[in-house]
Design a protein around this ligand. Sequence first.
Ligand SMILES: [Cu+2]
Length: 385
Amino acid sequence: MYLQARRLLKLALSPVLMLLSLFSTGAWAEEGARWQTNMTPGITEVGHQIYDLHMWVFYVCVVTGILVFGVMFYSVFAYRKDRHPEPATFHENTKVEIVWTIVPFLILLVMVVPATKTLIEIYDTDDSELDILITGYQWKWKYEYINPNGDNVSFFSNLTTDAAEIANTEEKGSNYLLEVDEAVVIPVNKKVRFLVTANDVLHAWWVPALAVKRDAIPGFINEAWTKATETGVYRGQCAELCGRNHGFMPIVVNVVEEPEYNAWLAEKQAAAAEIKELMAKDFSLDELVARGKNVYTSGCAACHGANGEGGVGKAIAGSPIATGPMKDHMEVVVHGVPGTAMPAFGSQLNEVDLAAVITYQRNSFGNNMGDMLQPVDIYKFKKGQ
Ligand SMILES: [Cu+2]
């Protein structure tokens, strides 16, 4: 009750705090940072332009507002009825009408010209040095680094905030709901183009510090770009209401020096090459189960329980699917169960991990099928063979 009252009071005071935060210094700095409602100039040139433009328009509005309301309140006071019983008549005064047409036009002009210049810059995605395809999924982001000279590097970026923090049974961390398992890595001082799309519903990729906010629309590719001028970790969120877990698909961008970026990319490429090699390998049952256990723990246990006992998802222990025909099991895991929380893992896990996790489910938690899948079986299943 008390907390709610305090929250309401803060909400009511927020316009005042907003103004204070604009001019905050010293003692107000901390409160100001928490209540910061102004835009961030971020770490890009365009971001600074947008910020300056925003402040310029803001000041134009403030001055216009003070002048208009000043004249209005002055007139209401000075020309009230008991002072001026006879109203003045200046209907159809051409001079006045010309002035109040030209003045707003000029005011608009001083805002439109810089705004158009900035907009043109924002949409100029030419001459990028790196292209990244970003795909929104319910509820995670996929990043694909487009490599014109070889294989693309791609990965999913999942929320890592502890469920206990979300349920309020544990203290919330400082990056609560703004932390992921794999950050996007980009080099500093390079023009990076983002191609933004979605796999299921509308999302929007938004990182304030990079001055990028672009809708992710299934079937469309929208473009945006950034050129970070400072290294560091920058965070953002999905900015389009996209379903139940809309608030649980954050964005983390790690801006690094170019050599560090190249090393990271090389490591990613090596990992992808290794998966390619593993694709052709024949695994033993033990190898598959060991690998599958890791996949299960990180990708399935949240819904199916650490011991296959079920939860959001059905129990895997004794499941008719996990102890039934292999084909049905592959169908559920690769294509998901439409209309339920069971995701289609076909595009999220590689063939090796898919084969491993399915084999693991059939041979653990008391399930004892003794059969297994090779990566090539998954490959064929996906191709419909
Ligand atoms: Cu979203």
